[in-house]
Design a protein around this ligand. Sequence first.
Ligand code: HH2
Length: 276
Amino acid sequence: MQHGRQFFRSSRTLLMGILNVTPDSFSDGGRYRSAEAAVGRGLEMVREGADFIDVGGESTRPGAAPVSESVETRRVLPVVEGLVKRAGVPVSIDTRKPAVARRCLEAGAGIVNDVGGLREPGMAETAADHGAAVVVMHMRGTPSTMQSDTSYADVVSEVTRYLERQAGLARRAGIREVAVDPGLGFGKTAQQNFRLLAGLRGIGEAGYPVLIGPSRKSFLGSLTSGLPVSERLEGTLAAVAAGVMNGAQIVRVHDVGPCRRLLDVLDAVSEAADAR
Ligand code: HH2
């Protein structure tokens, strides 16, 4: 239980380190074959400067096959338990399933990162009952269908409206802390992802902290002839910098050390601007 705790308010930009314990995530799938190895990577990310560790047990890359509740729970629970004991930072559970979220919250996770945006019945209540903070992300449909319709009249205003509606639902369910996320790479063209990064101020206007997750995603490789995942660090850092300068307060990344060093400089510049 994390009642009373504030996760998303900080004078510095917050960094969420990604820990996928899946065989098929697009960039780190299959890397951590035991819970112990995954916990070790989580602890390493804390040393590198992560403020939260986000544990995921189901890949949400375009076209990914869904996994069952029991498989997902078996993947994430021992890792969440290990990190709650040892990490010293809040643990976030990246899931669309209320039952998986509940098991992890009972084990001491403090944040539910829901790429389904609280659409699953019972998810908002589960988070509220455990005093969890929630990240509400925008995605049309599901990971298996999301790339089939990428037509938006105005992507920024449609995503903003959706996030405000789902964040309002979260507050009415009794969730105290809500962050909103435009869902970069989730059912959007490369151009639409760049438009969202440019339009983050509008998304943050309702007052919810904004989280972005551009890390290593394919839209960053799309500007050249298609950079592979292993060559998207600079693109990730550029997207993070642009996002933070446009108002993002939380960033979700794989490459924690380089990103923390980037954020330290950005935060120092913004502090200097405030001090003038
Ligand atoms: N992106 C992914 C997963 N979870 N959560 C939030 N809030 N925002 C995101 O942009 C986001 C997310 C997809 O990336 P990754 O976890 O690296 O890959 P996979 O889904 O293949 O495991």
